[in-house]
Design a protein around this ligand. Sequence first.
Ligand SMILES: [Mn+2]
Length: 288
Amino acid sequence: MNKVGIYYAYWTHDWDADFVPFVGKVKSLGFDVLEVNSGTVTNLPAAARDRLRSEAARHGVELTYCIGLSPEFDVASPDAQVRRRGIEFLKRQAAMVADLGSRELGGIIYGSWPGRLPPGQDKRVWLDRSVESMKEVARTVEDCGVFFNMEVVNRFEQFLINTAAEAVEYVSRVGSSHCRILLDSFHMNIEEDSFAAAIRTAGPWLDHVHLGETNRRAPGRGKMAWDEIFTTLAETGYQGHVVMEPFLMPGGQVGRDIAVYRDLKGELDLDGEARRACAFVKEKLGAV
Ligand SMILES: [Mn+2]
């Protein structure tokens, strides 16, 4: 069965956090994977990284990493200095993932998050620059023995890769077996004609999956086509992790960046809700 994970920011208002306490917490709730913010971990002193690495090993929890590039690190920018900063930033992330003994990082790493196409500009020119940057990043990613996954997101968050088909074109152009695709049910629901077709399109490039309801509640609370999604993942032989990314709380930088403007938590207990959602996903995985 695929390993099931959860993104730490479900519990936090800020992107920076001490991830050590989350390791044992998610394990006790039934998860095998904790996804964290790679920027925070990259900036940790060596001793703190060691603590996180050993805590994950002690609990048998695998760490995965996610990030959206801030504009200063936009690898698609028209400004060569910004692209250079972004390339070096991503190389440091790759080295960190390897140093932690982890396997993969995903997210909006091909452009800035959020990102809008400036008026009068050609998206293809931005894509060309991003692909060139990622080709250089990919050599380091390969040397580090890790994987970088391009997250397909909806049009309101980025303009370069909105569908699985666009992602396949992008990673094909990068041409590295270590640069693959991350599909997220929340974004697919907005942009794809069909969940099954999107998953099949990503096919062998698919290396990571994010799960969430259409309003970013935890799986099992809404109208997401879970049976279609899990059946297609099984039929295509997807072996990677499935990591839920619920966001229920307004407030803080997380609430602002994710555009959570109302309380989706209500009377729910966050830990109990995570435990329920983990069991829901495992049941779905087991049923296919
Ligand atoms: Mn996601």
